[in-house]
Ligand binder design. Structure first.
Ligand code: GLN
Length: 477
């Protein structure tokens, strides 16, 4: 790795501001790395001369990798799906616009599970992404390309989206930091929708400072997304070195792993407990807490998310975007052939699940019930946050698993999200930081806080990160 690309993103921005390094050279260094990507992390890499940058802009030309599902004007945006083959959007997502407005340069688009449905990046029309820690293993998903690119130093930082864990879980499996902000913190305008009441954009970065810096330029109200809100205060760069006075709650229900087999792997539990001990050493108090409805979060999520997806994906009909198969025969046949060939198996499964859950006669029994469980989960968190500042759990029950090992078992795949799904259902922010390794593979530690607690969460994560001292530099070599 060159000295240039070994610099973190915030450090690179500072060096550009101080005119110690040149943004064009930094861009070329990353483009070379991204262009030689052996992990299949990128679906598109920028070509041509480096775009002109303003060295005085806050992000000063630091390159950015963007998950494929963010619309980028004139640049392929397929959300990992064959059905959007050839689609080049006529506009750019607000979050990407905010970041380019702050000075970043677009390095490339990253691979992902099709329409963000998955936890292993194996559901992509572009093929799976390989985990840089072990190329026989998955990087997690659905933002697997973004996580792998950051971990392997193919990009200084990246953005992804999280609906049920798609930023935090791949961050955990690749040993990087991932933040899912409060629902509404980032505009969803121009994000190819999966489940609109859950989808949130967020940063993936090498450390908490870089993640905070990137997030600080992503957020904000956007009149084109009526669910977006202005944060009560700007995101600031964290400086905390201790956790004095912080009360951490450890939810029994999530640590128990549920009765359907999401037991936390011993190596993950060990790293989690070691991190709690570090937190205590930094001045935090730790106690168990209850989230009684959390074990039902997965069932509720796998009704609500597919229900919303089935509606959102109705627009891919072969007429308006991307792929069209046939068209000489009648319209219904063209729709059927386009959707039949354009969507992958997991996406079809979700459309069927969602359509069923919303159908008359089943609506109350499935979708309606799931919404009630969602409310109960939000209530559980509210009660817990009366006693605790943050909730701590492992991010994923296990470390990166072998490619193909869960691909034919959707239920086993869904269990990946056991600890990450409750937070988006409640709309609250959560992040994952690397807490160490188990058998040479990174483990993620998750912290969740009340709505709009991004700054205190980042502060706590910063203090912990320093105490953990995780070193991911070996996979960036
Ligand atoms: N793995 C979960 C799913 O497949 C979450 C995906 C996401 O957050 N986009 O739905």
């Amino acid at each position: 790795m060159t000295e240039l690309t070994e610099l973190g993103a915030a450090a690179a921005a500072r060096a550009i501001h101080a005119r110690e390094i040149d943004a064009g050279e930094l861009f070329e260094a990353y483009r070379e790395r991204a262009g030689a990507d052996e992990l299949n992390a990128f679906t598109w890499v920028a070509e041509g001369p480096p775009p002109p940058t303003d060295p005085a802009a806050p992000l000063a030309g630091v390159p950015l990798a963007v998950k494929d599902l963010f619309c980028t004007e004139g640049i392929p945006s397929q959300a990992g799906s064959r059905i959007l083959e050839g689609y080049r959007p006529p506009y750019t997502a607000t979050v990407v616009e905010n970041l380019t407005g702050a000075g970043v340069t677009l390095l490339g688009k990253t691979n992902q599970d099709e329409f963000a449905m998955g936890s292993s990046n194996e559901n992509s029309a572009f093929g799976p992404v390989l985990n840089p820690w072990d190329r026989g293993r998955v990087p997690g998903g659905s933002s697997g390309g973004s996580a792998a690119a950051v971990a392997a130093g193919l990009a200084p930082w990246a953005i992804g989206t999280d609906t049920g864990g798609s930023i935090r879980q791949p961050a955990s499996l690749c040993g990087v930091v991932g933040v899912k902000p409060t629902y509404g913190a980032c505009s969803r305008w121009g994000m190819i929708a999966f489940a609109s009441s859950l989808d949130q954009a967020g940063p993936l970065a090498r450390d908490v400072t870089d993640a905070a810096l990137l997030l600080s330029h992503m957020v904000g109200h956007d009149r084109r997304d009526s669910t977006s809100v202005a944060l009560p205060e700007p995101i600031t760069l964290p400086t905390a070195e201790d956790l004095t006075g912080i009360r951490l709650g450890v939810p029994e229900e999530l640590l128990a792993g549920g009765d359907d087999g999401a037991g936390i792997e011993p190596g993950v539990r060990e790293s989690f407990e070691a991190t709690l001990a570090l937190a205590e050493g930094l001045g935090a108090t730790i106690d168990t807490c209850r989230l009684p409805h959390a074990p039902h979060a997965l069932s509720a999520y796998y009704l609500i998310a597919p229900a919303e997806a089935s509606a959102n994906l109705a627009r891919y009909d072969g007429v308006r975007y991307g792929l069209r198969v046939g068209g000489e025969e009648d319209l219904a046949t063209m729709y059927t052939r386009t959707r039949g060939e354009g969507f992958g198996a997991e996406v079809k499964r979700r459309i069927m699940l969602g359509t069923y859950a919303l159908s008359s006669g089943y609506y109350d029994a499935y979708y309606g019930q799931a919404l009630k469980v969602r409310t109960k989960i939000a209530d559980d968190f509210r009660a817990a946050f009366a006693r605790f500042d943050f909730i701590a759990t492992p991010t994923s029950p296990w470390t990166a698993f072998e490619l193909g090992s869960k691909a034919d078992d959707p239920l086993a795949m869904y269990l990946n999200d056991f600890c990450t799904v409750p937070m988006p259902l409640a709309g609250i922010p959560a992040l994952s930081i690397p807490s160490g390794c188990s058998d040479g593979l990174p483990v993620g530690f998750q912290l969740a806080g009340p709505a709009f607690s991004e700054n205190p969460l980042l502060q706590a994560a910063h203090a912990l990160e320093r105490a953990i001292g995780f070193d991911g530099s070996q996979v960036r070599a």
